[in-house]
Design a protein around this ligand. Structure first.
Ligand SMILES: C[S@@+](CC[C@H](N)C(=O)[O-])C[C@H]1O[C@@H](n2cnc3c(N)ncnc32)[C@H](O)[C@@H]1O
Length: 306
């Protein structure tokens, strides 16, 4: 989030007293609204009794960072979109859990999935990039929390389950799932919610994800449109289920409540198929253009030498 110079000026003059931030003066309405929006994004709430914006912890470092860089990085910039309860339920259903299983949640946020896993009696290890989120996990009672970049954690195939909703931007979800697969015990099961972009994007990560899905005999389950609306994103999503190297998945049971003309939840969405066809056509066009360009000089040469 970019901060305009006038808002930055106000924040530079503001005073921090513990968890309270006091604005320097009475601001014109519009400017106040913009300052308030930035403070809210940084985690501050106006508190009439305190006559200040009140934060969960001392906001000095965050405010100094905004003043210095003119940018506020929010949890959403790191892909923090908590998993809505119906999606958590579906993930857990597909994960075939039982008490005592060792489970990894490698992008645990504030514990939407991890808490549900713990409620099922699983032993949950969490990894989370953002210190504030990791602190929330610790406060929620999780004792096995690693704060940092999951992609730099060395894999060991020790978990019965990996259940995850990783960040989606730029096919990071594909990269996270591929890395997470290295933590799965041979008899284990990995269940992940991903952006449906991984089913048709042409990036190396998305292609590698599809190759992994195919080589493991994994399955994809589409989720209804707007499944993440409650978390503030309209991205289309799918759930991938990948068996460990020593396990095979049984064919998915036909949905008993599916409408008569349903194509089943493992068949690709027609919109995704159309995107794939367009990408294939574009690729073919490029190949034809390359072929034409490579033939053109030869044709000229032939014409001049004959
Ligand atoms: C889509 S949110 C999901 C959060 C949580 N799994 C849930 O279901 O509510 C993705 C989470 O991954 C975290 N994250 C982003 N990059 C990460 C990384 N490289 N390593 C670990 N966590 C990361 C974000 O901070 C965010 O909390």
């Amino acid at each position: 989030m970019r901060i305009t110079p006038d808002v930055r000026d106000v924040l530079e003059k503001a005073t921090v007293d513990g968890v309270r931030l006091l604005l320097p003066e009475q601001l014109p309405d519009l400017l106040y609204q913009r300052v308030n929006k930035v403070l809210a994004a940084a985690g501050g709430r106006w508190n009439r009794r305190a006559q200040a914006h009140v934060f969960a912890a001392d906001p000095s470092a965050v405010i100094a960072g905004i003043v210095r860089t003119g940018i506020l990085t929010t949890p959403q910039d790191h892909g923090y979109f908590p998993t809505p309860p119906p999606i958590v339920d579906r993930l857990l259903e597909l994960a075939d859990l039982s008490p005592g299983l060792r489970v990894l949640e490698p992008s645990a946020g504030r514990g939407a999935i991890a808490s549900a896993l713990a409620d099922k009696g699983c032993i949950v290890d969490c990894v989370e990039l953002l210190p504030d989120n990791a602190q929330a996990l610790a406060e929620a009672g999780f004792q096995r929390v690693t704060t940092g970049d999951f992609l730099t954690v060395a894999p060991r195939p020790q978990y019965d389950r990996v259940v995850m909703n990783p960040p989606f931007a730029k096919d990071a979800d594909a990269a996270h799932v591929i890395h997470a697969f290295g933590f799965l015990a041979p008899a284990g099961l990995l269940v992940a919610v991903l952006s449906n972009g991984v089913t048709f994007h042409r990036t190396p990560a998305a292609k590698a994800f599809r190759a992994l899905l195919q080589s493991t005999g994994g399955q994809l389950h589409e989720l209804p449109a707007n499944s993440f609306q409650a978390s503030g994103t309209g991205t289309g999503t799918v759930i991938a289920v990948l068996p460990g190297t020593g396990r095979t998945l049984s064919a998915p049971a036909p949905a008993t409540d599916a409408p008569a003309d349903s194509t089943g939840d493992d068949l690709p969405d027609p919109q995704i198929l159309v995107k794939e066809i367009i990408l294939d056509l574009q690729e073919s066009l490029l190949l034809l253009e390359e072929l034409r360009d490579s033939l053109a000089p030869a044709a000229v040469r032939t014409a001049t030498t004959d």
